[in-house]
Design a protein around this ligand. Structure first.
Ligand code: PXP
Length: 253
């Protein structure tokens, strides 16, 4: 069944802007789970620009559902992630200059390092692995060959598409990728750039989706509607209990 994972990074971004303790991302995680999120995602970046180490340890004490540790595959992060026994490590590319994660992992480049260093490290400590990848056949085949539990399909290009033709083309790429990953026995997650407007066409077009990871749009909507209302509404849309009005398209059941 499709479920919502809430990314709470931007609650920490707001907190850090004033160097004080509020708003607390751990409180946001509690509210999100109470409102129907199936788990919490956080990205501990090398530069600690939003989530910090002590947030990770406090989240571990609090989160009841999936504890999804998004990170670059550096030795430092692998140590923290396995030390804390995350449920899932979502591996992403990371560069200091970017405002947010800008694309999927380059699996052709990373294949050997992931096979020899990263995946044994995580799997030996019982941490499941998801690879954040573009909806590309070759990357999905490498993910299958590496034996990861999940892929998270990068929906950013779809979300940023400015014409309906480009949007349709991106949805088709995501659909084909989701079918292939599912056929190869990999769990299919998705995320990046999703919001109340673009979620319904995605859900209606792309089969086999499981966990949908959303951050920025939820925190933005929550400023006006309250985090609990916002998360409950998105969790219901994703679970197919409610459709969001996007020109008459109904959320798939
Ligand atoms: N999934 C991954 C791998 C991400 O890096 C991000 C951004 O932190 C998200 C999902 C959530 O994206 P957004 O904040 O645009 O909803």
């Amino acid at each position: 069944m499709r479920k919502l994972l809430v990314n709470i990074d931007h609650v920490a971004t707001i907190r850090n802007a004033r160097g004080e303790g509020v708003p607390d991302p751990v409180e946001a995680a509690k509210v999100s789970e109470r409102a129907g999120a199936a788990g919490i995602v956080f990205h501990l970046r090398e530069d600690r620009r939003h989530i910090r180490d002590d947030d990770v340890y406090r989240l571990k004490e609090t989160v009841q559902g999936l504890f999804d540790f998004e990170m670059a595959a550096t030795d430092e992060m692998l140590k923290i992630c396995t030390g804390i026994k995350a449920d899932l490590a979502t591996l992403v590319p990371e560069s200091r200059q970017e405002l947010t994660t800008e694309g999927g992992l380059n699996m052709k480049l990373l294949r050997e390092d992931f096979r020899d260093r990263v995946l044994p490290w995580l799997h030996d400590e019982g941490v499941a692995v998801s690879l954040f990848i573009d909806p590309e056949k070759a990357d999905i085949e490498i993910a299958a060959e590496l034996g990861v539990e999940a892929v998270e399909l990068h929906t950013g290009t779809y979300a940023n598409a400015t014409t309906s033709q480009a949007q349709t083309r991106e949805l088709e790429r995501l659909r084909e990728a989701a079918i292939l990953a599912h056929e190869l026995g990999i769990r299919v997650n998705a995320g990046h750039g999703l919001n109340f407007e673009n979620i319904t066409p995605l859900l209606n077009t792309v089969p086999n989706l499981q966990d949908i990871s959303i951050g920025h749009a939820l925190i933005a909507d929550a400023l006006f509607n309250g985090l609990e209302n916002t998360v409950r509404k998105m969790a219901d849309v994703i679970a197919g209990k409610m459709s969001h009005n996007t020109g008459g398209q109904e959320a798939a059941g």
